[in-house]
Write a protein that binds this ligand. Structure first.
Ligand code: UD1
Length: 419
């Protein structure tokens, strides 16, 4: 069983380069199905969710060539199946994007109920609402979701009941080749929503408004391949920013888009860290340093541009040793506090009431045997272990491999003692 062994207490120093965005990659890879042609996707992070997405494409009949570690040529001209094998769909949440993409191109799709992190109930009613509005029927039997349509999909006006990243992206995927115009309202505005829209437009789609509440999709008859480079991962960047501050370090984070990081930058500055963004003429960077013990801050997770739920857990690791009491309200997922009992093993003082965690900052955390329960809980434990005194072991790191490219190597290059 693989695990990390981290000896904490060493401030991180140096430079780190951010990889391609996981949540954009896992939407864009299924979207290559719509091109029915050759696409070259660059800046794909080398993480297990991408490997699973590529495996699914390959089992559907796509021909895939690795051009280098982060660039793949994907030819979806001759697909021979619309059924995603259930063992693969259950390995990640994003397998639901294959429903929208396959339905759009072939009028049918079958995918097992998606897996992914256990953060409480994660319904997909808003995804099914779009498919049905466009004219498809769905059924869910024995954990298998089937969507199919007898006629061509037809554009519709859909108002989402909830702001959902997945449903917004599936809305675009399923509407790009429908007849007429689709209007999606109350959309998610995350950077990966915009990245998917940009990719679809490069393939000949007509998607407007991504990044705002209303997205308009005018159906096109046919799409084609393109070469596309995925945006940098805002959550990976945020994780290194928090790690720099939590260890009292000084880190330059390269290959970022500063506007994607405004919520996390603001909270880190409020807690006493120095955060400066810049442009070296080639790419943007962010420099984060912190000399003193962080101050307590309050956090409410919200859809973009609010504070991202994916950074709530890493931020709690930093606030565990802040001066004063922090209140952290998790508004997106019902149960995203699985990391709290692990932080408590290290000496953190955190109590949970419904969706709010009260973090009473302690002076120090101490190394302990820890277990990652999900992807971002794993990132939180890594940060806590880097800041703590003594040795920690973190098991179940396969969760962390789902979303962080070369975490161990990148941290080691920053001076961390991680094996
Ligand atoms: C995506 C991200 C995940 C991130 C989350 C919120 C991917 C692969 N994953 O997850 O990393 O934490 O956005 O930024 O991109 N909901 C419904 N019905 C639906 C869909 C969602 O009630 O049909 C609810 C969810 O239970 C949750 C909220 O809406 O409470 C937001 O979920 P959503 O934005 O859809 O998250 P995911 O797409 O699953």
């Amino acid at each position: 069983m693989e695990k990390f062994v981290i000896t904490g207490g060493k401030p991180l120093h140096g430079e780190v380069t951010i990889s391609g965005a996981k949540n954009a990659a896992v939407g864009i890879l299924p979207a290559t199905i719509l091109a029915a042609d050759v696409c070259v996707i660059e800046n794909l992070p080398d993480i297990s969710d991408v490997a699973v997405s590529l495996k699914i494409l390959s089992t559907l009949g796509a021909s895939i060539k690795m051009l280098n570690r982060n660039t793949y040529e994907i030819d979806t001209t001759h697909l021979n199946s619309t059924n995603v094998p259930d063992d693969l769909s259950r390995q990640m949440r994003a397998s639901y994007y294959f429903l929208g993409a396959l339905l759009s191109r072939f009028g049918k799709a079958q995918v097992a109920m998606p897996g992914g992190c256990n953060l409480g109930p994660r319904p997909i009613d808003q995804h099914l609402k779009v498919f049905s509005a466009l004219g498809a029927e769905d059924s869910v039997d024995y954990g298998m979701i089937t969507v199919r349509t007898k006629q061509e999909l037809t554009g519709a006006h859909i108002f989402f009941d909830k702001v959902s990243v997945g449903a917004t992206m599936n809305g675009m995927l399923s509407a790009v080749m429908a007849q007429g115009q689709t209007i999606l309202e109350n959309c998610a505005k995350e950077p990966h929503v915009v990245d998917l829209a940009n990719f679809l437009n490069m393939c000949g789609a007509d998607v407007r408004g991504a990044g705002t509440d209303v997205i308009k999709v005018r159906g096109v008859e046919k799409m084609h391949g393109c070469t596309y480079s995925i945006i940098p991962d805002q959550i990976e960047a945020g994780t290194y920013m928090i790690a720099a501050a939590a260890t009292g370090g000084d880190v330059v984070i390269n290959n970022i888009i500063p506007t994607h990081l405004e919520a996390i930058s603001a909270k880190l500055m409020e807690s006493g860290a120095h955060v400066v963004d810049g442009d070296d003429g080639r790419e943007f960077f962010m420099r984060v340093s912190c000399e003193n013990r962080p101050r307590a801050v309050n956090i409410k997770t919200l859809p973009y541009p609010g504070f991202p739920t994916d950074l709530q857990q890493p931020m709690m690791a930093l606030l565990a040793t802040a001066e004063g009491n922090s209140f952290i309200m998790e508004n997106i997922f019902e149960n995203r506090f699985n990391h709290v009992p692990e932080l408590a093993k290290m000496g953190a003082s955190i109590s949970i009431s419904s969706r709010t965690a009260t973090v009473e900052g302690v002076e120090k955390l101490y190394g302990a045997p820890l277990c990652a329960s999900d992807l971002r809980a794993g990132a939180a434990l890594v940060i806590a272990a880097l800041a703590a005194e003594g040795e920690s072991t973190i098991s179940q790191i396969h969760f962390i491999d789902r979303g962080y490219e070369f975490l161990e190597q990148k941290l080691r290059a920053l001076g961390a003692d991680i094996m």
